[in-house]
Design a protein around this ligand. Structure first.
Ligand SMILES: [Zn+2]
Ligand SMILES: [Zn+2]
Length: 648
């Protein structure tokens, strides 16, 4: 062994350490805080344990516990501890696999006699896990031959199947299997088959919680045994765990599917079929408000409004290529009068036909076509999810045709337009992604890709939005910008997209006559802003927990007379508000005031106006704003002025 080794760090610096030093030693030599936060290392590009000696000349990065990589190590290590606890408490249990997943981990088990876990078992398993953590058992890696591996797991059929699969893998991993043993104080060790890495010992874990039990087929195959899956979550600290649990609770409270029913907005009638919602009067009104707003903005921004049908002959989708590359997303064909029709999965080809309906001159470009176009896309019933994943969606879709000179300016104003609209809906925390040409599968001239990608980059810089470049993640026909937002509880949603299409202009042979009187190819940009009205509404409902801003609320104010002799005045107040173009209703005094106020709160109405004796006399109202303090004796005209100012 060398007396001394030298390793390189991610910042380009290097460090000398005694021979035999591990990544853990390296972290400790840099800073105590880093050693405390370290859970694994990346050595020459591969993740390894902190306890493994470093080779001389290695490139080493320390993986810390509050990164996604680090959390995955914590989560997977916690999964081992859970499996160990289950084996302790349920003798004869067979354990299958236990990977980390987003926000947590799971492990699949086969209990003797086909027994099932109950939710009550979780607290016992958790208690045993805490004992294992308390014992601070080291995770010890061993590398075994295939036969040694098979012998170690002789009574674990799922592990045996995995090891047998390793050999069939044509020696990619070699004949060696790695296992991790959690060593108990008495020297015995609980083994798991695993590539690692893991934390150094179970004492490094602890901020976890078991969440639920579910059934899952071995290897996802319904012909194989149904196993018992336990899900858990694990974090780098109790604080991070508590924040996660709080987020889950908040997400549950904000679930748009529940709020949609409670607020009487929409539902999914089984008679119509999965993923096909109907919107009730209040939900329909919110949609209308969204669409009215959007149409007014598009009109002001120089868009032309078009309308296209829901069905088309197959000829169009053959020419557009949808039947080649999007067939799985389309509904089956319909035969009519000897011809084949499809519900449209996208509006683009129809907008192209509008462009092509006559010769175009450079003088009419950019041509910005806009439509609330309803499209139908096949989604498996298993992935349908409220309004966020439906089978018929209405896109606020537009296609912009422009000259090459106009492209960068057009994209810059389009992105600014997108961000303005999102801000008007109260979404302000943006992040964008610039997806570039997929290296192996793309159509069009690489030089055009270069121009289009650069124009998108210019737009991002002009908009001053933080963005990352997703190298090679563009569609095969287009580089694009995806705008993501963070909602009120920190969840990230992908919303708007801006794509420069490098396929359709050729496929449909689009042209315009330039100032030079010659024919040129226009650029075509696809742009959806809400994405889909349905999904955007779902995100708004969850972002606002159902308490939509006043301008989007189906009912903006409700007037509650204290007694029935105040009913007439309440109706007068409502008339005055309606005259000011506010959406208002009256709940007559045929039940006690307290109950009516409670109901108005559940409906998350922006304003509840209570009127009694003094109000009738003085022409005032008592104002109960949503989430604010009650204010009595507000002159009615003052309230009208105030709410109108809020709506500006
Ligand atoms: Zn493992
Ligand atoms: Zn399109």
């Amino acid at each position: 062994m060398a007396d001394e080794i030298e390793v390189r760090l991610p910042d380009g610096s290097s460090r000398r350490l005694p021979g035999g030093s591990t990544a853990g030693d390296l972290a400790a030599s840099i800073a105590r805080g880093l050693a405390k936060a370290a859970v694994a290392a990346v050595v020459d590009g591969a993740q390894t344990d902190l306890t493994k000696p470093l080779p001389d000349g290695a490139e080493v990065a320390i993986v810390t516990d509050s990164t996604e990589e680090g959390r995955a190590v914590l989560r997977h290590s916690t999964a081992h501890v859970m499996a160990q606890a289950v084996c302790d408490l349920f003798p004869g249990a067979k354990y299958a696999i236990g990977p980390p997943i987003e926000d947590g981990f799971y492990y699949d088990f086969d209990l003797p006699g086909g027994a099932h876990f109950s939710d009550d078992d979780l607290s016992g398993i958790e208690a045993r896990m805490r004992e294992i953590v308390g014992e601070d058992q080291p995770f010890v890696r061993e590398e075994l031959s295939r036969d040694e591996g098979l012998a170690t797991f002789a009574d674990q059929p799922y592990k045996v199947e995995i090891i047998e699969g390793v050999e069939e893998g044509e020696g990619a991993e070699g004949p060696v299997v790695s296992i991790y043993r959690n060593l108990r104080t008495n020297g015995a060790g609980w083994p798991d088959l695993c590539r690692g890495p893991h934390v150094s010992s179970t004492g490094r874990l602890g901020s976890f919680k078991l969440m639920k039990v579910a059934g899952a087929y071995w290897r996802g195959d319904e012909k194989r045994p149904m196993l018992q899956r336990i899900y858990g979550t694990a974090w780098e600290s109790d604080k991070a765990l508590a924040e996660h649990l709080h987020r889950l609770e908040e997400a549950e409270k904000r679930d748009h599917r529940r709020l949609g029913l409670e607020l009487d907005l929409f539902h999914f009638p089984p008679e119509i079929g999965g993923g096909l919602p109907v919107f009730h009067p209040k939900g329909g009104l919110i949609r209308k408000l969204m669409e009215d707003y959007s149409k007014a903005e598009h009109e002001a921004a120089g868009y032309s409004f078009v309308w296209t049908p829901h069905l088309s002959r197959d000829t169009l989708f053959k020419q557009s290529g949808h039947l080649d590359w999007y067939a799985e997303g389309m509904y089956p064909a319909m035969e009519m009068e000897g011809q084949t029709y499809y519900p449209k999965p996208m509006n683009c080809p129809m907008h192209i036909l509008i462009y092509k309906s006559r010769a175009r001159s450079y003088r009419e470009l950019p041509l910005r076509l806009f439509e609330f176009g309803t499209v139908y896309r096949f989604e498996r019933s298993g992935v349908l999810h409220g309004l966020t994943r439906v089978r018929g969606i209405t896109q606020d879709d537009s296609h912009i045709f422009c000259t090459p000179d106009q492209l960068a300016g057009e994209l810059t104003s389009l992105l600014a337009f997108i961000l303005k609209v999102l801000r008007d809906f109260g979404l302000t925390d943006f992040e964008a992604e610039l997806a570039t040409r997929p290296e192996h599968k793309s159509v069009g001239d690489p030089a055009d890709w270069e121009v289009a990608t650069e124009a998108l980059r210019v737009a991002l810089q002009a908009a001053d939005v933080p963005y990352r470049v997703a190298e090679g993640e563009g569609a095969f026909y287009a580089p694009k910008i995806d705008v993501h937002i963070r909602d009120a509880i920190g969840r990230r949603w992908q919303l708007s997209t801006l794509q420069v299409d490098l396929q359709f202009p050729q496929r449909f042979d689009l042209e315009f006559t330039g100032a030079d009187n010659a024919r040129h190819r226009p650029y075509m940009v696809h742009r959806a802003l809400f994405g889909s009205v349905e999904r955007f509404l779902a995100i708004l409902i969850e972002h606002y927990a159902g308490a939509l801003p006043t301008w989007l609320s189906p009912v903006q104010a409700q007037v509650l007379p204290v007694r029935d002799d105040h009913d007439a005045y309440a109706r007068e107040v409502a008339e005055r508000l309606r005259a000011a173009r506010l959406r208002v209703d009256v709940e007559a005094a045929d039940e006690p005031l307290g109950g009516r106020i409670r109901r108005a709160k559940l409906e998350k109405l922006p304003y509840v106006l209570v009127v009694g004796d003094a109000d009738v006399e003085k022409g005032t109202v008592g104002v109960n704003p949503r989430g604010g303090n009650v204010e009595r004796d507000v002159p009615l005209d003052d309230f009208v002025t105030r709410i109108q100012a809020e709506l500006k």
